[in-house]
Every structure is written in C-alpha cells, then in structure tokens.
Design a protein around this ligand. Structure first.
Ligand SMILES: [Zn+2]
Length: 142
C-alpha cells in the first residue's frame, strides 16, 4: 500500500516537528480517499513530552466535527521521535486503536508511514506503507 501526501502538507508537518523539538510534536492527517492534504498541528498533552505524545482531545473532537460537517476526513495522525528512529514504539502500538489510520512518524531517519491493522508485522499492530509525495516543489527549493 502507498499513502499519498501533498508536498506542502509534508513541509508543514516537518516544520512543526522541528519547531517543537526536543519535545515530540503531534497532529492530525486530514484528506480524502487516502490522499493526505493537510497536517493539522495539535497540542501534545502528554506529561512527558520529551518521550511521549498524546493528541489534545479537543483537537480530535474539532476535526471529527469538521469531517461530519463536510470537511476533510481524518486519515490518521503524525508525531515526531526527535531522539529516535521513525519506527513505532511499543507504547505507540498500544495506543493505535483506530484500525485503518495512517501513522506518520518523523524520526532521525526521516519520515515513515504505517497503517494500523490487526496482526500487523510491527508490534502486532502496524504495517509499513510507502509514502508518495505529490505536488510540485515550490520555486527556489533545492
Ligand atoms: Zn512514537
């Protein structure tokens, strides 16, 4: 499986994660039909934000409400591992309760995507998915 993400959305997510380092950043992935069009930063309300993340329930509620009223669907979430690889931790797996959600993790080795599935090969909860970045690079970058 491949998940598509808009180039500008990925750029915004990278910037959010960089700005909040060394704490873990987090947010929601919004879009349609398996295409991530936006990353929406959310407060990390975990106690130990250097090692964990917990998306502010108010942000999740607002996104659900937006989706119900015709806005983009919630396709998953993102968070950063400023001091580790972009691989789900065991705690991530314990908290990945929404089957079908895409988890985008930004770590020291870049960004990687995973899908929440039953009996996944990673901690019994995730399977790795490829990321396809779509859309033009803005003029002047690289
Ligand atoms: Zn994690």
């Amino acid at each position: 499986m491949t998940v598509r993400i808009a180039r500008h959305a990925l750029a915004e997510i990278r910037a959010d994660c960089a700005a909040r380092a060394p704490e873990e950043a987090c947010g929601l992935l919004l879009g349609q039909g398996g295409h991530i069009e936006r990353g929406v930063a959310a407060p990390n309300v975990a106690d130990e934000r250097l090692r964990h993340f917990e998306i502010d329930p108010a942000a999740l509620f607002a996104a659900h409400r937006g989706a119900r009223s015709g806005g983009p669907a919630i396709l998953g979430c993102y968070h950063s591992h400023p001091g580790a690889l972009a691989r789900p931790s065991r705690l991530d797996a314990q908290r990945a309760l929404d089957a079908g959600w895409i988890w985008l993790i930004l770590g020291q080795d870049g960004e990687k995507a995973y899908r929440v599935v039953a009996n996944g090969s990673i901690h019994g909860r995730f399977e790795a998915v490829a990321i396809e970045v779509v859309g033009k690079a803005s003029v002047g970058t690289r």
